[in-house]
Design a protein around this ligand. Structure first.
Ligand SMILES: NC(=O)c1cnc(OC2CCCC2)nc1N
Length: 325
């Protein structure tokens, strides 16, 4: 009997994780909320009766962590570099010229992607299971926020392949969530968050994971920090991350040269106001990974990528209700 129960629990874990992926990563649910709740309730019941069969990647373990006294430090296996900034077309062309001189070739291309205005985290997986997550910190040492990251439903607890990998992503709070959260805080006479980035940082660095779980954070994963698989380009790495089950921004563009990259950046800036999350620019990255090693990095920033920063978004003026007597 117990083998049958264990099998049913494993089946429910895989099924619910699959439907979480469809809902939170692909934004394309296959079942109704009611059907989902029935599966989840069955799993909770069975795990209550057979706690010895609780799997580490069970969705019930997403909000489990007890309240912490503080955060443990994590030394990043691969430093989390920060991007140097450019603010004009001219500065972008300077970056491209310097890179071509440094590499001694024009035989490369770029990837242009959103610069999500959130906070960078590193996620570690062993044999395909999420084992640890940390904030960027100073790039070398961050804070262990594993329990809080587990509450983010678009972070897979188990990957498609049972591999060891460390990835990097940006945790963010969607604009709508930010507005709702500040409205709640205003009603409770609590201090407001200045912007979605601060709200995401404050929510992720909560000592109580149950509070993080209420904040509906999300993530885009955009970099393989370390993995055993040989990858040749950033474009390939992004496709591999998506295959594994991560939420990868769909709107990145492979550009043949810096002129095309600049055109892609302008298109990103045009649609900035329509995006459901805040961006503060676009990131231009050398696509060929072997050439990134040739270009190298300074102590802080890669020589093979830049952030093209946009001016701060005009805040829509807070409409003041005018009493009409
Ligand atoms: N906020 C972002 O969206 C973002 C941040 N960082 C990077 O690249 C890292 C990895 C290599 C150098 C910096 N890419 C991004 N899209």
């Amino acid at each position: 009997m117990s083998e049958f129960i264990k099998k049913r629990i494993r089946e429910l874990v895989d099924l619910i994780n699959y439907h979480d992926y469809k809902y939170y990563v692909e934004d394309n649910p296959e079942i109704s909320d009611y059907e989902y709740d029935m599966l989840y309730r069955e799993l909770v019941e069975l795990e209550k009766q057979y706690p010895e069969y609780i799997f580490p990647d069970s969705p019930t373990q997403r909000v489990g962590g007890k309240v912490k006294e503080g955060f443990k430090e994590v030394v990043h296996r691969v430093p989390l570099l920060s991007l140097s900034n450019v603010f004009s077309e001219g500065e972008l062309y300077d970056f491209d010229r310097r890179l071509r001189e440094l590499l001694g070739t024009d035989d490369f291309n770029y990837v242009v992607e959103y610069k999500i205005d959130g906070l960078s985290v590193a996620l570690e997986y062993e044999n395909g299971l999420f084992v640890r997550g940390a904030t960027r910190g100073d790039g070398n040492v961050g804070e262990d926020v594993t329990e809080n990251l587990k509450t983010i439903r678009s972070i897979p607890l188990k990957l498609k392949d049972d591999i060891n990998i460390v990835v990097r992503g940006e945790v963010f709070m969607p604009k709508d969530e930010f507005i709702k959260l500040n409205q709640e805080r205003e009603e409770n006479e609590e201090p407001l968050f200045a912007n979605p980035r601060n709200a995401a940082a404050g929510s992720l660095r909560q000592l109580d994971p149950r509070i993080t779980a209420q904040r509906k954070l999300d993530i885009f994963v955009f970099n393989v920090q370390w993995c055993e698989k040989e990858l040749k380009t950033h474009d390939e790495a992004l496709r591999y991350l998506k295959y594994l089950g991560f939420k990868v921004s769909p709107d990145y563009v492979v550009c043949s040269n810096i002129k095309e990259a600049y055109e892609a950046i302008k298109k990103v800036e045009e649609k900035r106001g329509l995006l459901p999350f805040e961006i503060d620019g676009a990131v231009v990255k050398l696509n060929q990974l072997a050439l990134r090693d040739v270009a190298g990095s300074t102590a802080k920033s890669p020589r093979w990528a830049v952030a093209y920063k946009f001016p701060p978004e005009k805040k829509e003026t807070k409409l003041i209700d005018i009493e009409v007597n």
